[in-house]
Design a binder for this molecule. Sequence first.
Ligand SMILES: CC(C)(COP(=O)(O)OP(=O)(O)OC[C@H]1O[C@@H](n2cnc3c(N)ncnc32)[C@H](O)[C@@H]1OP(=O)(O)O)[C@@H](O)C(=O)NCCC(=O)NCCS
Length: 145
Amino acid sequence: MADARVDPAGSRRLALQVVTLPRDTNPLGTIFGGVILGYIDQAGYVEARRHGAHRWVTASIDRVDFKAPVHLGDIVSLFTRTDRAGTSSVTVRVEVESERYLTGDRIPVTSATVTMVAVNAAGRPIPFSSAPTIMMGPGRPASDD
Ligand SMILES: CC(C)(COP(=O)(O)OP(=O)(O)OC[C@H]1O[C@@H](n2cnc3c(N)ncnc32)[C@H](O)[C@@H]1OP(=O)(O)O)[C@@H](O)C(=O)NCCC(=O)NCCS
């Protein structure tokens, strides 16, 4: 039976959109690769957070090949899906696209597979299906309202 925690192959949801600013770019006007890696990390967290209100840490980011540059002013979109759900970890596919500032064309930039692990306050892995472990106030579970 299909795992309901896992998304169908090929599906994806928007996790993050960011405008490329001068501080993100090198003297050629293209983005630093490390900035994209930071966005990939954040997108992995956004997807993992859907599976439980916990501290999530990044266990791994697999090989990242940059296929096209991102230019100053481009809008970078990061799409995610959950490819695998374990006990304390989820494996997230992240796809990165750049919307060109001048033309609006959407260009695939890179993709990555990120594994996020739910941990307790001591940093030890915990089942992410457990009750929320981050609190908004004394004794109060985190909530979206
Ligand atoms: C990630 C971390 C919590 C794993 O701790 P650990 O004691 O090795 O964990 P375990 O061997 O019990 O594995 C726990 C889960 O993590 C997964 N996991 C552990 N290391 C992994 C890795 N390098 N890549 C992918 N998954 C990994 C395991 O497969 C397991 O998944 P499951 O519970 O869904 O089956 C620990 O290595 C850590 O704290 N790393 C630093 C994280 C961090 O600070 N990241 C920010 C960047 S510096």
